[in-house]
Design a protein around this ligand. Structure first.
Ligand code: ACM
Ligand code: ZN
Length: 414
Protein backbone atom coordinates (compact mmCIF):
# COMPACT_ATOMS: atom_id res chain seq x y z
CA UNK A 1 0.00 0.00 0.00
CA UNK A 2 1.37 3.34 -1.09
CA UNK A 3 0.43 6.70 0.35
CA UNK A 4 -0.72 9.06 -2.44
CA UNK A 5 1.54 11.72 -0.91
CA UNK A 6 4.57 9.90 -2.30
CA UNK A 7 5.64 11.13 -5.72
CA UNK A 8 5.48 9.20 -9.00
CA UNK A 9 9.18 8.36 -8.90
CA UNK A 10 8.75 6.61 -5.58
CA UNK A 11 5.84 4.68 -7.05
CA UNK A 12 7.93 3.28 -9.91
CA UNK A 13 10.58 2.18 -7.39
CA UNK A 14 7.92 0.41 -5.32
CA UNK A 15 6.44 -1.20 -8.45
CA UNK A 16 9.82 -2.58 -9.51
CA UNK A 17 10.33 -4.03 -6.05
CA UNK A 18 6.90 -5.72 -6.25
CA UNK A 19 7.82 -7.18 -9.65
CA UNK A 20 11.21 -8.32 -8.34
CA UNK A 21 9.59 -10.01 -5.34
CA UNK A 22 6.88 -11.65 -7.46
CA UNK A 23 9.38 -12.99 -10.01
CA UNK A 24 11.51 -14.68 -7.36
CA UNK A 25 8.94 -15.74 -4.74
CA UNK A 26 5.91 -16.54 -6.90
CA UNK A 27 3.80 -14.06 -4.88
CA UNK A 28 1.37 -11.88 -6.77
CA UNK A 29 1.73 -8.59 -4.96
CA UNK A 30 0.58 -5.32 -6.53
CA UNK A 31 0.92 -1.76 -5.33
CA UNK A 32 -2.31 -0.05 -4.28
CA UNK A 33 -3.13 3.41 -2.99
CA UNK A 34 -3.42 3.79 0.76
CA UNK A 35 -6.71 5.64 1.24
CA UNK A 36 -7.68 7.97 4.07
CA UNK A 37 -6.85 7.47 7.70
CA UNK A 38 -8.45 4.08 8.35
CA UNK A 39 -6.48 1.37 10.12
CA UNK A 40 -3.37 0.20 8.26
CA UNK A 41 -3.91 -2.89 6.12
CA UNK A 42 -2.70 -6.09 7.78
CA UNK A 43 0.01 -8.43 6.45
CA UNK A 44 1.26 -5.90 3.97
CA UNK A 45 4.05 -3.47 3.27
CA UNK A 46 2.92 0.10 3.73
CA UNK A 47 4.84 3.01 2.22
CA UNK A 48 4.17 6.42 3.77
CA UNK A 49 5.44 9.95 3.22
CA UNK A 50 6.97 11.61 6.28
CA UNK A 51 8.26 15.15 5.71
CA UNK A 52 10.19 15.10 9.00
CA UNK A 53 12.66 12.53 7.67
CA UNK A 54 15.85 13.97 6.10
CA UNK A 55 16.64 13.49 2.39
CA UNK A 56 17.79 9.92 1.61
CA UNK A 57 16.76 8.80 5.13
CA UNK A 58 14.03 6.30 6.02
CA UNK A 59 12.34 4.56 8.89
CA UNK A 60 11.50 0.88 8.69
CA UNK A 61 9.22 -0.77 11.21
CA UNK A 62 8.65 -4.52 10.91
CA UNK A 63 5.73 -5.50 13.12
CA UNK A 64 3.92 -8.84 13.44
CA UNK A 65 1.09 -7.53 11.28
CA UNK A 66 2.71 -5.19 8.79
CA UNK A 67 5.87 -3.58 7.53
CA UNK A 68 5.75 0.24 7.67
CA UNK A 69 8.22 2.25 5.61
CA UNK A 70 8.47 6.04 5.85
CA UNK A 71 10.60 8.52 3.93
CA UNK A 72 10.41 12.03 2.52
CA UNK A 73 11.92 11.34 -0.90
CA UNK A 74 12.36 8.61 -3.48
CA UNK A 75 15.95 7.89 -2.38
CA UNK A 76 14.71 7.19 1.15
CA UNK A 77 12.07 4.80 -0.21
CA UNK A 78 14.73 3.19 -2.39
CA UNK A 79 17.16 2.68 0.51
CA UNK A 80 14.42 1.27 2.75
CA UNK A 81 13.77 -1.30 0.04
CA UNK A 82 17.49 -2.09 -0.14
CA UNK A 83 17.45 -2.79 3.60
CA UNK A 84 14.33 -4.92 3.24
CA UNK A 85 16.06 -6.93 0.50
CA UNK A 86 19.07 -7.46 2.75
CA UNK A 87 16.69 -9.03 5.31
CA UNK A 88 15.03 -11.33 2.76
CA UNK A 89 16.45 -14.63 1.43
CA UNK A 90 19.45 -13.98 -0.84
CA UNK A 91 17.46 -15.43 -3.75
CA UNK A 92 15.97 -11.92 -4.06
CA UNK A 93 19.23 -10.82 -5.71
CA UNK A 94 19.08 -13.52 -8.38
CA UNK A 95 16.89 -13.87 -11.44
CA UNK A 96 15.59 -17.40 -10.81
CA UNK A 97 12.22 -18.21 -9.18
CA UNK A 98 12.71 -20.22 -6.00
CA UNK A 99 10.28 -22.34 -4.00
CA UNK A 100 12.45 -23.38 -1.04
CA UNK A 101 13.10 -19.94 0.50
CA UNK A 102 11.44 -18.79 3.74
CA UNK A 103 9.81 -15.42 3.02
CA UNK A 104 9.76 -14.11 6.56
CA UNK A 105 11.19 -10.97 8.14
CA UNK A 106 12.36 -10.51 11.73
CA UNK A 107 10.54 -7.80 13.72
CA UNK A 108 12.66 -4.68 14.11
CA UNK A 109 12.80 -0.88 14.05
CA UNK A 110 15.39 0.92 11.93
CA UNK A 111 15.98 4.67 11.62
CA UNK A 112 18.65 5.23 9.02
CA UNK A 113 20.11 8.27 7.27
CA UNK A 114 23.44 8.89 5.53
CA UNK A 115 26.17 10.86 7.28
CA UNK A 116 27.43 12.19 3.90
CA UNK A 117 25.54 13.37 0.83
CA UNK A 118 28.30 12.10 -1.48
CA UNK A 119 28.91 8.35 -1.38
CA UNK A 120 30.90 7.44 -4.41
CA UNK A 121 32.47 4.67 -6.42
CA UNK A 122 34.97 5.49 -9.15
CA UNK A 123 35.37 3.12 -12.07
CA UNK A 124 38.14 3.34 -14.67
CA UNK A 125 36.88 2.12 -18.04
CA UNK A 126 39.85 3.63 -19.90
CA UNK A 127 42.38 0.96 -18.93
CA UNK A 128 39.88 -1.88 -19.07
CA UNK A 129 36.70 -1.78 -21.10
CA UNK A 130 33.59 -2.77 -19.17
CA UNK A 131 30.63 -3.90 -21.28
CA UNK A 132 27.18 -2.59 -20.48
CA UNK A 133 26.08 -5.69 -18.53
CA UNK A 134 29.14 -5.39 -16.29
CA UNK A 135 28.43 -1.70 -15.64
CA UNK A 136 24.84 -2.58 -14.72
CA UNK A 137 26.15 -5.13 -12.23
CA UNK A 138 28.36 -2.45 -10.68
CA UNK A 139 25.37 -0.09 -10.39
CA UNK A 140 23.36 -2.87 -8.71
CA UNK A 141 26.16 -3.45 -6.20
CA UNK A 142 26.39 0.28 -5.53
CA UNK A 143 22.65 0.40 -4.85
CA UNK A 144 22.99 -2.53 -2.44
CA UNK A 145 25.61 -0.51 -0.53
CA UNK A 146 23.52 2.71 -0.72
CA UNK A 147 26.18 4.52 -2.71
CA UNK A 148 24.75 7.40 -4.75
CA UNK A 149 27.50 8.61 -7.09
CA UNK A 150 29.35 6.84 -9.89
CA UNK A 151 32.51 8.66 -10.95
CA UNK A 152 33.11 7.39 -14.48
CA UNK A 153 36.78 7.74 -15.58
CA UNK A 154 36.18 7.75 -19.35
CA UNK A 155 39.49 8.85 -20.84
CA UNK A 156 43.14 8.18 -20.21
CA UNK A 157 46.46 7.37 -21.80
CA UNK A 158 45.36 3.80 -22.48
CA UNK A 159 42.08 4.54 -24.21
CA UNK A 160 39.31 7.01 -24.94
CA UNK A 161 35.97 5.43 -24.15
CA UNK A 162 33.39 8.05 -25.06
CA UNK A 163 32.29 8.79 -28.60
CA UNK A 164 32.69 12.48 -29.49
CA UNK A 165 30.93 13.26 -32.78
CA UNK A 166 33.18 16.22 -33.66
CA UNK A 167 36.34 14.15 -33.15
CA UNK A 168 35.52 10.76 -34.68
CA UNK A 169 39.10 9.49 -34.53
CA UNK A 170 38.83 9.33 -30.75
CA UNK A 171 36.39 6.46 -31.22
CA UNK A 172 38.80 4.43 -33.32
CA UNK A 173 40.50 3.71 -30.01
CA UNK A 174 37.34 2.43 -28.47
CA UNK A 175 34.13 4.05 -27.33
CA UNK A 176 31.06 3.59 -25.25
CA UNK A 177 27.91 5.57 -25.60
CA UNK A 178 24.74 4.41 -24.00
CA UNK A 179 21.98 6.69 -22.90
CA UNK A 180 19.92 3.84 -21.47
CA UNK A 181 22.70 3.03 -19.02
CA UNK A 182 22.36 6.51 -17.52
CA UNK A 183 18.68 5.77 -16.92
CA UNK A 184 19.60 2.46 -15.28
CA UNK A 185 21.70 4.44 -12.77
CA UNK A 186 18.96 7.04 -12.22
CA UNK A 187 16.48 4.29 -11.33
CA UNK A 188 18.90 3.22 -8.60
CA UNK A 189 19.26 6.75 -7.15
CA UNK A 190 22.81 6.97 -8.54
CA UNK A 191 24.17 10.11 -10.22
CA UNK A 192 26.91 9.63 -12.81
CA UNK A 193 29.79 12.10 -12.82
CA UNK A 194 31.76 11.75 -16.07
CA UNK A 195 35.49 12.42 -15.98
CA UNK A 196 37.58 13.68 -18.88
CA UNK A 197 41.08 13.67 -17.44
CA UNK A 198 43.02 16.76 -18.59
CA UNK A 199 45.55 18.17 -19.39
CA UNK A 200 47.63 15.05 -18.55
CA UNK A 201 46.71 11.40 -19.13
CA UNK A 202 45.89 12.29 -22.74
CA UNK A 203 47.97 9.84 -24.82
CA UNK A 204 44.90 8.24 -26.40
CA UNK A 205 43.64 11.63 -27.62
CA UNK A 206 47.15 12.69 -28.74
CA UNK A 207 47.52 9.48 -30.76
CA UNK A 208 44.29 10.39 -32.56
CA UNK A 209 44.97 14.17 -32.81
CA UNK A 210 48.76 14.74 -32.53
CA UNK A 211 48.34 18.50 -33.15
CA UNK A 212 47.03 18.84 -29.60
CA UNK A 213 50.45 18.07 -28.08
CA UNK A 214 53.47 20.37 -27.73
CA UNK A 215 55.78 18.41 -30.07
CA UNK A 216 53.17 17.26 -32.58
CA UNK A 217 54.07 13.63 -32.05
CA UNK A 218 53.97 10.94 -33.27
CA UNK A 219 52.24 9.48 -30.23
CA UNK A 220 51.01 6.01 -29.33
CA UNK A 221 48.16 4.86 -27.14
CA UNK A 222 49.98 3.67 -24.02
CA UNK A 223 50.31 -0.05 -23.51
CA UNK A 224 51.42 0.24 -19.90
CA UNK A 225 50.47 1.98 -16.66
CA UNK A 226 52.34 5.08 -15.59
CA UNK A 227 52.59 8.82 -16.11
CA UNK A 228 53.51 10.19 -19.57
CA UNK A 229 55.46 13.37 -20.27
CA UNK A 230 53.34 14.14 -23.33
CA UNK A 231 50.20 16.04 -22.37
CA UNK A 232 47.87 18.59 -23.99
CA UNK A 233 49.54 21.84 -25.16
CA UNK A 234 47.81 24.79 -23.48
CA UNK A 235 49.85 27.17 -25.65
CA UNK A 236 47.55 26.40 -28.59
CA UNK A 237 44.01 27.80 -28.82
CA UNK A 238 42.92 24.66 -30.68
CA UNK A 239 43.51 22.71 -27.46
CA UNK A 240 40.80 24.74 -25.74
CA UNK A 241 38.49 24.38 -28.75
CA UNK A 242 39.00 20.60 -28.44
CA UNK A 243 38.33 20.58 -24.67
CA UNK A 244 35.21 22.73 -25.01
CA UNK A 245 33.86 20.66 -27.92
CA UNK A 246 34.40 17.44 -25.99
CA UNK A 247 32.83 18.82 -22.80
CA UNK A 248 29.86 20.18 -24.78
CA UNK A 249 29.08 16.66 -25.98
CA UNK A 250 29.76 15.22 -22.52
CA UNK A 251 27.22 17.69 -21.05
CA UNK A 252 24.65 16.61 -23.64
CA UNK A 253 25.04 13.01 -22.47
CA UNK A 254 25.32 13.53 -18.72
CA UNK A 255 22.89 15.72 -16.74
CA UNK A 256 25.19 15.67 -13.67
CA UNK A 257 25.79 19.07 -12.03
CA UNK A 258 29.41 18.00 -11.50
CA UNK A 259 31.86 17.21 -14.29
CA UNK A 260 35.26 15.78 -13.24
CA UNK A 261 38.12 17.32 -15.20
CA UNK A 262 40.94 15.22 -13.76
CA UNK A 263 44.09 17.33 -13.36
CA UNK A 264 46.28 14.62 -11.79
CA UNK A 265 49.81 13.61 -12.72
CA UNK A 266 50.53 16.20 -15.41
CA UNK A 267 54.30 16.54 -15.96
CA UNK A 268 55.45 19.99 -17.05
CA UNK A 269 58.59 19.04 -19.02
CA UNK A 270 57.07 19.58 -22.49
CA UNK A 271 55.59 22.93 -21.46
CA UNK A 272 58.99 24.11 -20.21
CA UNK A 273 60.44 23.63 -23.73
CA UNK A 274 57.41 24.55 -25.86
CA UNK A 275 57.53 28.07 -27.41
CA UNK A 276 53.73 28.27 -27.54
CA UNK A 277 53.37 27.30 -23.87
CA UNK A 278 56.05 29.81 -22.89
CA UNK A 279 54.28 32.50 -24.96
CA UNK A 280 51.06 31.74 -23.05
CA UNK A 281 52.88 32.02 -19.72
CA UNK A 282 54.18 35.43 -20.79
CA UNK A 283 50.89 36.69 -22.21
CA UNK A 284 48.99 35.64 -19.08
CA UNK A 285 51.75 37.04 -16.82
CA UNK A 286 52.04 33.70 -14.99
CA UNK A 287 54.85 33.79 -12.44
CA UNK A 288 56.64 31.19 -10.34
CA UNK A 289 56.36 31.50 -6.56
CA UNK A 290 58.46 29.93 -3.78
CA UNK A 291 56.53 26.64 -4.09
CA UNK A 292 55.81 26.22 -7.79
CA UNK A 293 57.32 27.01 -11.17
CA UNK A 294 55.35 29.12 -13.66
CA UNK A 295 54.29 25.95 -15.52
CA UNK A 296 52.22 24.89 -12.49
CA UNK A 297 50.33 28.16 -12.83
CA UNK A 298 49.84 27.28 -16.50
CA UNK A 299 47.94 24.18 -15.36
CA UNK A 300 45.94 26.41 -12.99
CA UNK A 301 45.16 28.63 -15.99
CA UNK A 302 43.83 25.57 -17.88
CA UNK A 303 41.72 24.47 -14.91
CA UNK A 304 40.29 27.94 -14.29
CA UNK A 305 39.47 28.42 -17.98
CA UNK A 306 37.72 25.04 -18.18
CA UNK A 307 35.92 25.78 -14.91
CA UNK A 308 34.61 29.09 -16.31
CA UNK A 309 33.38 27.33 -19.45
CA UNK A 310 31.53 24.69 -17.40
CA UNK A 311 30.20 27.23 -14.84
CA UNK A 312 28.82 29.29 -17.75
CA UNK A 313 26.88 26.16 -18.74
CA UNK A 314 25.53 25.65 -15.23
CA UNK A 315 27.97 22.89 -14.27
CA UNK A 316 30.64 22.61 -11.56
CA UNK A 317 34.07 21.02 -11.67
CA UNK A 318 35.74 18.41 -9.52
CA UNK A 319 39.49 17.91 -9.85
CA UNK A 320 42.12 15.62 -8.31
CA UNK A 321 44.15 17.26 -5.52
CA UNK A 322 46.90 18.38 -7.93
CA UNK A 323 44.60 21.29 -8.86
CA UNK A 324 45.67 22.81 -5.51
CA UNK A 325 49.17 23.30 -6.93
CA UNK A 326 49.65 26.80 -8.31
CA UNK A 327 46.27 28.38 -7.66
CA UNK A 328 42.97 26.61 -6.97
CA UNK A 329 40.15 27.47 -9.42
CA UNK A 330 37.52 29.65 -7.69
CA UNK A 331 34.61 27.19 -7.45
CA UNK A 332 36.33 23.81 -7.66
CA UNK A 333 35.58 20.74 -5.56
CA UNK A 334 38.76 18.85 -4.65
CA UNK A 335 39.06 15.06 -4.70
CA UNK A 336 41.86 14.14 -2.29
CA UNK A 337 43.63 10.98 -3.46
CA UNK A 338 47.26 11.34 -2.30
CA UNK A 339 46.20 10.76 1.27
CA UNK A 340 44.06 13.37 3.04
CA UNK A 341 46.44 16.38 3.09
CA UNK A 342 45.05 17.88 -0.12
CA UNK A 343 41.53 17.57 1.27
CA UNK A 344 42.55 19.26 4.52
CA UNK A 345 44.15 22.14 2.61
CA UNK A 346 41.10 22.54 0.35
CA UNK A 347 38.65 22.49 3.30
CA UNK A 348 40.68 25.26 4.95
CA UNK A 349 40.35 27.24 1.70
CA UNK A 350 36.56 26.68 2.04
CA UNK A 351 36.25 24.39 -0.98
CA UNK A 352 34.13 21.22 -0.96
CA UNK A 353 36.16 18.03 -0.60
CA UNK A 354 35.61 14.37 -1.45
CA UNK A 355 37.99 12.05 0.38
CA UNK A 356 39.42 9.19 -1.71
CA UNK A 357 42.78 8.58 0.02
CA UNK A 358 44.82 5.94 -1.81
CA UNK A 359 46.04 4.34 1.42
CA UNK A 360 42.44 3.49 2.43
CA UNK A 361 40.09 3.31 -0.54
CA UNK A 362 42.13 2.54 -3.64
CA UNK A 363 40.37 -0.66 -4.65
CA UNK A 364 43.07 -1.57 -7.18
CA UNK A 365 45.44 -2.28 -4.28
CA UNK A 366 45.84 -5.85 -3.03
CA UNK A 367 43.34 -6.86 -0.34
CA UNK A 368 45.77 -9.45 1.03
CA UNK A 369 49.48 -10.08 1.54
CA UNK A 370 49.21 -13.37 -0.40
CA UNK A 371 49.47 -11.60 -3.73
CA UNK A 372 50.53 -14.70 -5.67
CA UNK A 373 46.95 -16.02 -5.44
CA UNK A 374 45.38 -12.72 -6.52
CA UNK A 375 44.60 -11.25 -9.93
CA UNK A 376 47.12 -8.63 -11.06
CA UNK A 377 46.81 -5.41 -9.04
CA UNK A 378 48.79 -2.17 -8.99
CA UNK A 379 50.47 -3.05 -5.67
CA UNK A 380 49.75 -1.67 -2.19
CA UNK A 381 47.76 -3.35 0.58
CA UNK A 382 44.25 -2.26 1.50
CA UNK A 383 42.45 -5.11 3.29
CA UNK A 384 38.69 -4.80 3.80
CA UNK A 385 39.09 -3.77 7.47
CA UNK A 386 41.33 -0.89 6.40
CA UNK A 387 38.86 0.26 3.73
CA UNK A 388 35.99 0.23 6.21
CA UNK A 389 38.05 2.03 8.85
CA UNK A 390 38.30 5.24 6.81
CA UNK A 391 37.15 8.29 8.79
CA UNK A 392 36.65 10.90 6.04
CA UNK A 393 36.63 13.89 8.40
CA UNK A 394 40.17 14.58 9.69
CA UNK A 395 40.42 15.36 13.40
CA UNK A 396 42.73 18.29 12.62
CA UNK A 397 39.89 20.29 11.01
CA UNK A 398 37.82 22.65 13.13
CA UNK A 399 34.02 22.51 13.20
CA UNK A 400 33.57 25.08 10.41
CA UNK A 401 36.16 23.41 8.13
CA UNK A 402 34.63 19.95 8.65
CA UNK A 403 31.47 21.05 6.85
CA UNK A 404 33.42 21.12 3.60
CA UNK A 405 34.01 17.34 3.62
CA UNK A 406 31.00 16.31 1.56
CA UNK A 407 31.79 12.61 1.32
CA UNK A 408 34.05 9.74 0.40
CA UNK A 409 34.61 7.41 -2.52
CA UNK A 410 36.34 4.14 -3.37
CA UNK A 411 38.46 4.28 -6.54
CA UNK A 412 38.61 1.24 -8.79
CA UNK A 413 41.43 1.76 -11.26
CA UNK A 414 41.91 -1.04 -13.77
C1 ACM B 1 45.06 9.16 -9.48
O1 ACM B 1 45.03 8.10 -8.83
N1 ACM B 1 46.02 9.39 -10.36
C2 ACM B 1 44.05 10.19 -9.28
ZN1 ZN C 1 52.93 23.48 -25.56
Amino acid sequence: YVSPELDKNSLSIIDSFAQNLNAISGFQTTSQPLEGTEALPKKNIVFEANKDIVPEGYELSIQPDAVIIQASDRSGIFYAIQTLKQLLPTAIYGDQPTSDAQWTLPCMEIKDAPRFGYRGLHIDVARHFFPKEEMKKILDLMALHKQNTLHWHLTDDQGWRIEIKKYPRLTEIGSIRNKTMIKYAEERCINIIPEVDLPGHMMAALAAYPDLGCTGGPYEVSGQWGVRDDVLCPGKEKTFTFIEDVLTEVMELFPSEYIHIGGDECPKVRWEKCPKCQARIKAERLKANDKHKAEFFLQSYVTARVEKFLNDHGRKIIGWDEILEGELAPNATVMSWRGMDGGIEAARLKHPVIMTPNNYVYLDYYPTMNTQDEPLAIGGYNPVEKVYSLEPVPASLNEEERKYIIGAQGNLWT
